[in-house]
Design a protein around this ligand. Structure first.
Ligand SMILES: Nc1ncnc2c1ncn2[C@@H]1O[C@H](COP(=O)(O)OP(=O)(O)OP(=O)(O)O)[C@@H](O)[C@H]1O
Ligand SMILES: [Mg+2]
Length: 325
């Protein structure tokens, strides 16, 4: 809905990872360098960890989009508590192999044939495992075994393990010493700096045809950083809500005060507020400053209700316009 109001071609702050919006901040750029270094080594495991929403999956999509299909054949699996038995089948299916049964020998020989045929065509096989923190140690061991394949003295496979910070703990498990020894590069993806947070916001906006409307002032950018600590997904959520607010209040520029208010509203929606906070009777026993605090909360609450009502009416108007047009 704000796309039309601001004349954007698309939504600038979608939560879905989309490599076309990729912004090479210093942290994301470093991660790319580690991935490329890993690729140049032609064997072993490359490990990328990072905070929730830091951009790990986006990084993978970006890598995939830059690979030459004549040189690499990549398979991506997203794990959700896969068992050791299922992990190899998942890998085979991700490469598009047909596996008549889940039997390990059958699956392994299908994978081996695939390795050989790609080796003959000078293509390297890549396995990208996202959400690796969900993999049990036994499943990681299966992947390690897969990396033992050799064809004419060379490894046909490289694996990328991507996971949230707890994956480092999984990796440090005693049983994974052999896998650890095969890790040739690892990197932890941190948040962006304040300056890069502002660049990131401008970058995503410019991808959808933004030319300054709405204006994201410097103080507004600083406030966005303050509320998100430079984590991309948090920035996207806040910026989306800011744009929505902008449409409802018909504004063409954001101040730090507006960012604070929208961030507070978002926090309020996810926090459990004790119902006593809004009970008028509770004021009787409270001191004057407490009463003022409660009045402020009530005012903020009323403002929220007003904005929600406006949003509801706008959506209803759009629906009616569409259903009659
Ligand atoms: N470098 C980047 N350039 C552009 N957008 C990015 C970048 N990094 C992250 N994003 C955006 O931030 C959001 C979260 O990114 P992503 O899903 O890749 O994070 P994640 O680290 O994989 O999260 P999770 O820990 O939940 O798996 C997405 O909307 C994505 O498009
Ligand atoms: Mg992810």
């Amino acid at each position: 809905m704000y796309e039309e109001f601001y004349g954007f071609r698309a939504r600038p702050f979608q939560l879905t990872p989309d490599h076309r919006f990729f912004f090479e901040s210093s942290v994301h750029g470093k991660a790319v360098s580690y991935l490329l270094y890993g690729l140049s080594q032609g064997e072993g495991f490359i490990v990328i960890t990072g905070e929730v929403g830091a951009g790990k999956t986006t990084l993978l999509k970006h890598l995939l989009s830059t690979l030459d299909p004549a040189q690499y054949v990549a398979a991506e699996i997203v794990t959700s508590q896969l068992s050791a038995e299922d992990v190899l089948t998942m890998v085979a299916l991700a490469w598009g192999l047909s596996v008549p049964s889940n039997d390990k020998t059958t699956v392994l020989s299908a994978i081996e044939r695939f390795f050989k045929s790609n080796h003959q065509q000078n293509r390297r096989c890549l396995l990208l495992v996202d959400e690796a923190q969900n993999l049990p140690v036994a499943a990681l061991e299966e992947l390690r075994m897969l990396s033992n394949f050799q064809i004419e003295g060379r490894s046909p496979l490289q694996s990328f393990l991507i996971g949230q910070p707890q994956f480092r703990r999984v990796l440090s498990s005693q049983n994974l010493e052999q896998l650890r020894q095969r890790v040739i590069a690892s990197y932890h993806l941190g948040p962006m700096s304040e300056a890069e947070t502002a660049e990131y916001v401008r970058h995503r906006l410019s991808r959808v045809g933004w030319s300054g409307d709405p204006d994201f002032t410097d103080e507004c950018m600083r406030a966005i950083y303050r509320h998100t600590s430079g984590v991309p997904r948090r920035i996207n959520s806040l910026a989306s809500r800011l744009l929505l607010f902008g449409v409802l209040d018909q504004v063409h520029g954001f101040t730090a005060r507006v960012v604070d208010m929208v961030a507070e509203e978002m926090r309020y929606e996810t926090e459990q507020v004790p119902s006593s906070a809004l009970q008028v009777g509770a004021c009787e026993a409270a001191g004057a400053s407490d009463v003022l605090g409660r009045i402020e909360k009530l005012e903020a609450f009323c403002a929220r209700v007003e904005r929600k009502t406006k949003l509801g009416l706008q959506l209803l108007a759009e629906y009616l316009a569409n259903s009659h047009g």
